[in-house]
Design a protein around this ligand. Structure first.
Ligand code: 5GP
Ligand code: ZN
Length: 108
């Protein structure tokens, strides 16, 4: 499949990777909108939120908890951060591989 985030997950194209585990990969956004702008993706290809099903409930919960864990590890938990799912055209979504944005590092 011709998906940029699958290619990043498979290490076929480079990215500035912060951390990864069996399920998720965390890397820096190439065009950051805040001093800290991370993208958290499942390694398997899933579509955006509007395409998900009940069976994706557990993975979605884990994805958000992964963002929480990353925020703690990079030391932004106390000052705060913003988590964003862009969904569809009106949100300006560019990439249809499920991803969660984590923005932090300044007053947003
Ligand atoms: P979306 O608008 O789909 O929610 O966000 C996609 C994000 O992925 C954008 O913020 C964009 O800057 C980022 N992005 C797009 N292509 C690449 C890439 O090849 N590498 C990295 N690290 N980020 C990318
Ligand atoms: Zn993908």
């Amino acid at each position: 499949m011709d998906c940029i985030f699958c290619k990043i997950a498979n290490k076929e194209i480079p990215a500035d990777i912060l951390t990864e585990d069996e399920e998720f990969l965390v890397f820096k956004d190439i065009n950051p909108k805040a001093p800290i702008h991370l993208i958290i993706i499942p390694k398997i290809h899933l579509g955006p939120i509007n395409s998900l099903k009940d069976e994706n409930e557990k993975l979605l919960g884990s994805l958000i908890l992964k963002a929480k864990e990353v925020a703690e590890n990079i030391g932004v938990s106390e000052n705060g951060y913003r988590l964003i799912f862009n969904v569809g055209r009106d949100a300006g979504m560019e990439i249809d591989h499920l991803h969660l944005h984590l923005l932090a590092g300044s007053r947003l």
